[in-house]
Write a protein that binds this ligand. Sequence first.
Ligand code: APR
Length: 231
Amino acid sequence: RKGRTPEEVVKRYLQKVRNPPEEDCTICMEALSGPSGYKAPGWCLVAMYNNGNKDGSLQCPTCKTIYGVKTGNQPPGKMEYHVIPHSLPGHPDCKTIRIIYNIPPGIQVSPPSPVRTCSVCVMMGSDLSIPNPGKPYTARGFPRHCYLPDTEKGRIVLRLLLVAWDRRLIFSVGTSSTTGESDTVIWNEVHHKTEFGSNLTGHGFPDPGHLDNVLEELRAQGITEEESLRD
Ligand code: APR
């Protein structure tokens, strides 16, 4: 797992915590709810990582949970893709990969018990990934159709998106920044192009930097070409 800095490993798992418990971090003894002051969030996790065997994973010193592969809270659904014989603006010499995501509405399920409140697991968001367990979620605008150029790089991105789907990182349940609706299925941190022949929404083509941006966003989720070959 060469080439990944301790900061990158920690950042991959670190989550923003909405309501941190009134407890101290077991590593640095600062309050979890404190305004993490002059230090960058997660600095103590970096220190912990540097004291360990530096193998790309992190372990909670309290409950021993290992954080090795980042996974998300994407609800159940289906991802399909096929090639369509049309070109995207900006990619005149190739066909197009169309991805179709379909997620039905459902009920938010609780994370696997026991719910962990150790400070490291709280920082990893392991007990906070579902906003409202037991409550229904809506799913708007499905099936969602997305497009990639059918080039060598486009096919690499597709392969990594399939890994992201299996790790439940393409969508999440939360509040839509577009509609303001809460408890709904929303795009997670990997941008998709949902507009085919134009770019009126900013989510269309042409966009010369798109594939590189997506590769960078996937990398931030711990998904790289090198990594996906191991799956
Ligand atoms: N297409 C692709 N990505 C989008 C779109 C869109 N039409 N709208 C927003 N995004 C991106 C945003 O730029 C942001 O990075 O998704 C991320 C999350 O935005 P939200 O508005 O919270 O996500 P969501 O509610 O899932 O999406 C809104 O996207 O695909 C459509 O049908 C969907 O109309 C819905 C819209």
